[in-house]
Design a protein around this ligand. Structure first.
Ligand code: NI
Length: 221
């Protein structure tokens, strides 16, 4: 019965964008939820100063970098996120990973720079693994072109639109110490902080493990 109660008490989740592959949180099986919680415990949350730091350019494309990218990809997938920046796991390298659709391969961008963005803007809801329980409408350029390197140091040019463009911009923001809270109105921020507090209170009420997050996001970045 207790698993049923867990299901009932799970917060109804709102995704960044409807994705048929993503299951609502209450439909996740126990193992998936445990894996998600374990991964989220490695993700730095608001209040950790590293989230406000600027990451530095990667100069060595070595095994350590590839290991770091692999680990970030695993954490992102386990946490049910669609993107993750190195700063979110306490690493000050300009590295991000993302996977917009479940069937895609995990993409990694090293030293990404947005070299063009459209004048056309789009507003959509975003979540963030570092801000459990927070979902806010964020306005961003609808299309971007980013230049970066891959894990081996080869040059990449990525043209993106829709959720793909959004995730790249969200993660590059992280590398500059910028959070979605900085891209919304003061009023929306106040409401977001309230959601964050509620998620935190739920967490301490629910479990003794301090790093565990109960209210969570299905497709945050
Ligand atoms: Ni984020």
């Amino acid at each position: 019965m207790s698993s049923e109660q867990d299901l009932l008490s799970s917060e109804r989740d709102v995704e960044v964008e409807p994705d048929e592959d993503a299951l609502p949180v209450e439909e996740l099986d126990q193992e998936t939820r445990e894996r998600r919680d374990a991964a989220l415990a490695h993700v730095r949350k608001l209040g950790d100063p590293v989230l406000r730091a600027s990451a530095v350019e990667v100069e060595r494309f070595d095994d350590a970098l590839r290991t770091e990218i692999e680990r970030m990809g695993e954490l992102m997938v386990d946490a049910l996120g669609i993107g993750l920046a190195a700063t979110q796991v306490g690493v000050l390298n300009r590295v991000l990973v993302y996977r917009v659709h479940a069937e895609d391969e995990i993409a990694a961008l090293v030293n990404p720079v947005i070299e063009w963005s459209s004048d056309e803007l789009e507003t959509a809801e975003e979540g963030c693994l570092s801000l459990p329980g927070v979902h806010v409408e964020v306005e961003r350029p609808a299309r971007v072109r980013a230049r970066a390197r891959d894990a081996a140091g080869a040059e990449l040019v990525v043209e993106a639109e829709g959720l793909h463009a959004r995730v790249i911009q969200h993660e590059i923001d992280h590398l500059d110490g910028i959070l979605i809270l900085d891209r919304i109105s003061r009023e929306a921020r106040r409401e977001a902080m309230r959601s964050l507090r509620e998620a935190r209170d739920g967490e301490t009420a629910d479990t003794e493990a301090p790093a565990r997050v109960v209210a969570s996001d299905a497709s945050p970045a």
